[in-house]
Ligand binder design. Structure first.
Ligand code: C2E
Ligand code: CA
Ligand code: CA
Ligand code: CA
Length: 272
């Protein structure tokens, strides 16, 4: 088929081959990324908006590929979910984050993202229990961030697992709220301790009346259900002022700090 389209197409072919080759290589290498020590965690601060207290950090994974360098989780987590590598990666992330957080001040929390695929994983609760014991991290300092995608697949199973997680003393945050499969019923049915409103609403709030209105509506919803709301994507002073005016409890974003390595005491290191 290549030849019949003539020369113009052939210039394009090597690039496509290169892209495809890179994708295949990444998929293959992902299998070994954990054991080869190529994954790293960065930590992004979460703050109380009234008073500005540091509450804790969200752990965000990075992959340093030996040839391609830094690969974003946006590019390899979906692949890992497809291949099943997410089980090893997810366990590594939890373990690493718990061991790090156990060294921090006793009042700082650690938030860890849980893939919808992991929520279906057999033995998940035992795995988490083992990590808490091994790391010495008190359960009340761990927060798991789930998305509504995790609940959609099998509501009954998801509810069962989340109740077990809650019973351990771990808290649960509903991530990326307002995008995807949002259903208000989730907030009434599932044991949700915090709503994380997706960063897209705050980032569009300046020029977009609809985004600002949805942001206010989510804050009102949180208030009436008595569930604290954390706003993602706090990049500017104007974002912070808006959130304070609207009574939002917590925030996370570049204004407070980018995802970065921490020292052993849980303080952000000076950034290069
Ligand atoms: P997320 O859980 O919604 O994480 C927040 C993302 O927003 C992070 O991107 C963070 O760097 C970015 N962000 C934070 N503050 C700001 C801001 O002020 N402005 C803007 N524009 N962006 C901000 P990151 O680290 O690239 O992670 C992307 C996604 O990858 C995460 O979205 C999460 O879905 C997934 N992910 C990251 N680490 C893990 C992990 O350990 N396990 C799993 N299952 N997923 C992960
Ligand atoms: Ca998250
Ligand atoms: Ca999010
Ligand atoms: Ca997201």
């Amino acid at each position: 088929a290549k030849a019949s389209f003539g020369e113009a197409v052939c210039h394009f072919c090597p690039d496509m081959d290169e892209v495809a080759r890179r994708q295949r290589r990444i998929a293959t290498d992902l299998r070994h990324a954990v054991e080869r020590g190529e994954l790293h965690l960065l930590y992004q601060p979460q703050h109380a908006l009234e008073g500005g207290t540091l509450l804790g950090y969200e752990a965000l994974v990075r992959w340093i590929h030996p040839e391609y360098g830094l690969i974003s989780p946006v590019d390899f987590i979906p692949m890992a979910e497809q291949s099943g590598d997410i089980f090893a990666i997810g366990e590594w992330v939890l373990n690493e984050a718990a061991r790090a957080a156990a060294q921090w001040d006793d009042d700082l929390k650690i938030a860890v993202n849980l893939s919808p695929v992991q929520l279906q994983q057999e033995g998940l609760v035992q795995m988490i229990t083992g990590i808490l014991i091994d790391s010495g991290l008190p359960a009340r300092r761990l927060e798991l961030e789930i998305t509504e995608g995790a609940i959609i697949a099998d509501r009954t199973h998801a509810l069962h697992v989340l109740r077990q997680i809650k019973a351990l003393g771990i808290s649960i945050a509903l991530d990326d709220f307002g995008t995807g499969y949002s259903s208000l019923d989730t907030l009434g049915t599932f044991p949700i301790d915090k709503i994380k409103i997706d960063k897209s609403f705050l980032l569009r709030s300046a020029g977009n009346v609809q985004a600002a209105t949805i942001l206010r509506a989510v804050l009102a919803l949180g208030r009436s259900l008595d569930i604290p709301v954390l706003a993602e994507g706090v990049e500017t002073r104007a974002h912070l002022d808006l959130l304070r005016d609207e009574g939002c409890a917590e925030g996370q974003g570049y204004l407070f700090g980018r995802p970065a390595p921490l020292d052993d005491n849980g303080r952000q290191m000076a950034q290069a």
